[in-house]
Design a protein around this ligand. Structure first.
Ligand code: SF4
Length: 383
């Protein structure tokens, strides 16, 4: 699920406006009628001159598709990696997290609707080119950058360029995504990504159609491509909303699909809903619902099933073989990590995940460069 964020202050907006420029998009084609066809996501918008697509931040300017979100983050924040949520990827580390305006879904329950339902010119943003994002991450001692808060697919050009810059400094990258992307764009983006948390918002087409204004199958396709065609470390989040997607039969079907198509070792996070945006008439998810969902998914055969947005023992990582406690968490804090080289210290089972580099630190030369560049240009950002 999208995590809540802090947006920029006024100063950033003023400085950013001096550098406004259109960045030509990828994943589009011109049409004879003057429209452009964007094929980045399954909406396949056909966009007239001067208009924007459903996501607000891809627009037809003079017969070309431009990305209004490129180098224009509307939210920058340092988070724990567990907030993404990723429980098997560099646990206990900080992640430099960023998002822009706009979204390609229309979720009634969005927790970041202030940016996701805004056009680029309706949010305060700053001009932050790709290499500067990496410098900011290094300066803030973050080994990872997360593309998150709104849907990063829709600013895929910026994501890819940040990934190129990040690789030069050994910084990892994470997509926190709704998984709504086309086959044509999938590898162009995910071939550069180290880890992803994909929202599987429900397991019925009815929910996707009515409550997110999209479709289920493209998200399932993305999950299978990730598993079968990339090296991306993948975890899944299912936000459980009372009466809309909390039927035990639906939860069981979702868990069975994950087991059959992705295997038992893909972590699945059941998280609690709270009323927001257009969905304020539903109650918070009772903890008992999450407990029951987790128990069912484990019974189905999944090895790593978590509960989120509540305090719960379901936040810990336990060995599926001998049940030993491996990583003890409280909300997003790692209180104890007993893994030994990625293995259970009691029975020796290798636990799937990316556990390396968690303590590698940032090279001193990179830190000095980041301090010089980012300190001078972005000293006023309150991260
Ligand atoms: S990325 Fe945006 S403009 Fe492109 S198809 Fe999706 S919603 Fe439409």
């Amino acid at each position: 699920m999208a995590q809540q964020h802090n947006t920029f202050g006024k100063k950033s907006s003023q400085r950013g406006s001096e550098k406004a420029a259109f960045h030509e998009a990828r994943w589009w084609e011109a049409e004879p009628n003057g429209k452009v066809h964007c094929y980045l996501c399954p909406r396949h918008c056909h966009i007239g001159e001067g208009q924007a697509g459903f996501c607000f931040i891809r627009a037809n300017e003079g017969g070309k598709l431009v990305s209004l979100g490129y180098a224009r983050p509307a939210a920058l924040q340092i988070d724990p990696i567990e907030k993404k949520p990723l429980n098997h990827f560099l646990p206990g580390t900080r992640v430099f997290s960023m998002g822009t305006a706009g979204c390609n879904m229309g979720c009634f329950f969005c927790q970041n609707w202030d940016i996701s339902k805004s056009r680029a010119d309706q949010v305060r943003s700053s001009y932050v080119p790709p290499e500067d994002v990496v410098m900011l991450a290094i300066r803030n001692n973050c080994p990872t950058i997360a593309f998150t808060y709104n849907e990063p697919t829709i600013w895929g050009e910026y994501v890819v360029d940040i990934c190129h810059a990040a690789k030069e400094y050994g910084i990892k990258t994470v997509m926190v995504s709704n998984g709504y992307i086309t086959r044509e764009a999938f590898h162009d983006i995910y071939d550069h990504i180290d880890a992803a948390n994909i929202d599987l918002k429900a397991f019925t087409e009815t929910f996707y159609g009515r409550t997110t204004l999209t479709h289920l199958q493209p998200v399932l396709d993305t999950l299978e491509w990730l598993k079968n065609e990339t090296n991306v470390w993948v975890e899944i989040t299912n936000l459980i909303i009372p009466t809309l997607n909390d039927a035990p039969a639906e939860t069981r079907a979702l868990a069975e699909w994950v087991l059959e198509h992705l295997g038992p070792d893909v972590p699945l996070h059941f998280t609690a809903f709270h009323p927001d945006f257009k969905l304020r008439d539903k109650p918070r998810t009772p903890p008992e619902t999450l407990h029951a969902a987790r128990a069912m998914a484990i019974e189905v055969g999944l090895h790593y099933v978590y509960e989120g947005n509540i305090y719960s023992d379901g936040a810990h990582t336990c060995c599926p073989s001998c049940q030993a406690m491996l990583i003890r968490r409280s909300w997003h804090d790692v209180e104890e990590n007993r893994l030994v080289k990625g293995c259970c210290p009691k029975c020796g089972l290798a636990i799937p995940g990316r556990w390396e580099n968690a303590d590698a630190g940032i090279p001193a030369a990179s830190s000095r460069r980041a301090e010089l560049l980012a300190g001078k240009r972005y000293g006023e950002l309150n991260l």
